[in-house]
Design a protein around this ligand. Structure first.
Ligand SMILES: *Cc1c(COP(=O)(O)O)cnc(C)c1O
Length: 382
């Protein structure tokens, strides 16, 4: 299975080890919440739906109010089409020699942030005889993707010509804020102003696109002034609020069964290099998940999990495939499920703090070997 485009449903193995439960009704609830905040909602399902299955998240979002899907690469867009999704899809980051013809054949909308990209898309349009639906991307202060403002008028001029000649249909202008979630920050004020200017400049070149989109999750939740005709929301749908202002429905629970139980005497060293030593006699259990399953190695020393309803510390480091937990005197049986994340266990945000990273990185890392089990599938999206 290719990492970039693994969108198929992976059922939990019958002899399941670790299982990632994904509650699609929570995704539905989050989607409805964002759909109520923005005139139109583009559900971002890049990186395999933030690690939870692009197709599943996409179907759920579409049946709860999203009008289309956003992904990074054309490969991700084509994988969604291959899974039968017919909704509008926007792909926003492709190399200049990307297979735009394949994208056009699949009806994928393309973001364009440079004249070189625009020209490549025009060549594909000429070759395939299909006008490309294009979103012009402007850099609103991230210096990452999108046209720098200095180059924007020329890009608009070229896009206007391409539209006149029937090669492209400019249906969108898009930008992104560097400090989304901090609406009063100078960078946000400047970013919003650049976007407004970019829309006006496009209009001066005869471009009046239906979709003008600047806001992502954090901006949707905190910055109504960044709201235009549409917003692109990914993290929020899967329960992550980068602005830390809002309680969203939690989507994932990771459980792993106890595969070893041992009682040890005081002074016992655990794991590689004995990075932890038992201060007193205690009971240790092992679960078959490690950093290859997305458990951040850097969280060791701080991380806890839930065993039998009790918070217990991870000890002796997170290994590639297994993790040891000090359960003290708890009576634990082989096979008992340990809640590693979500549910009555620690939250995504706790894991992110322990590992000094973002909840996004924890989520997208949970891919690999962990079986996925979906619940809360609504009837209209099977
Ligand atoms: C990832 C991404 C989004 C979604 O951002 P969230 O904070 O996850 O809502 C929107 N637009 C672009 C261009 C992105 O790369």
């Amino acid at each position: 299975m290719s990492a970039a485009v693994s969108v198929s449903l992976r059922p939990a193995a019958p002899t399941a080890g670790a299982v990632l439960d994904i509650d699609l009704s929570a995704v539905g609830a989050n989607t409805r919440r964002f759909a109520a905040l923005t005139p139109a909602l583009l559900a971002v399902v890049k990186a395999d739906g933030y690690g939870l299955g692009a197709t599943q998240i996409a179907r759920t979002a579409l049946s709860h109010g999203a009008i289309g899907l956003g992904v990074t690469s054309l490969a991700e867009a084509l994988a969604l089409r291959a899974d039968g999704l017919t909704a509008p899809i926007l792909s926003w980051l492709n190399p200049v020699d990307g297979d735009f013809a394949a994208g056009l054949a699949a009806g994928v909308h393309l973001a364009v942030g440079s004249i070189e990209h625009l020209d490549a898309v025009c060549r594909a349009a000429r070759r395939t005889g299909r006008a490309a639906s294009v979103h012009l991307a402007v850099d609103c202060g991230m210096a990452r993707d999108g046209s720098p403002p200095l180059a924007w008028p020329a890009l608009c001029a070229r896009a206007g010509q391409a539209q006149q000649s029937g090669l492209v249909d400019v249906v969108g202008v898009m930008g992104q804020l560097s400090h989304a979630g901090r609406p009063r920050h100078a960078a946000s004020q400047r970013g919003r102003a650049v976007f407004d200017w970019a829309v006006t400049t496009a209009a001066g070149h005869g471009l009046a696109p239906e979709h003008r989109h600047l806001a992502t999750t954090a901006a949707c939740l905190t910055d109504p002034r960044s709201m235009h005709t549409m917003s692109r929301v990914g993290a929020g749908l899967v329960g992550v609020d980068p602005s830390s202002t809002t309680l969203l429905a939690q989507v994932v629970t990771l459980r792993a069964p106890v595969v070893a139980v041992r009682d040890v005497v005081a002074g016992t060293g655990v794991g590689y290099g004995h990075t932890w030593r038992a201060k007193r006699a205690t009971r240790l259990v092992t679960v078959p998940v490690g950093y290859a399953d997305g458990i951040p190695r850097g969280a060791a020393g701080r991380a806890e999990v839930s065993v039998g309803g009790h918070r217990c510390p991870v000890v002796g480091g997170v290994n590639m495939d297994q993790t040891v937990i000090d359960v003290g005197r708890l009576e634990i049986e082989l096979g008992e499920p340990v809640v590693v994340l979500g549910g009555e266990g620690p939250t995504l945000v706790e894991w992110a703090e322990w590992a000094q990273t973002l909840p996004h990185e924890i989520l997208t890392g949970l891919g690999g070997r962990v079986a996925r089990r979906y619940s809360g599938v609504s009837r209209d999206q099977r």
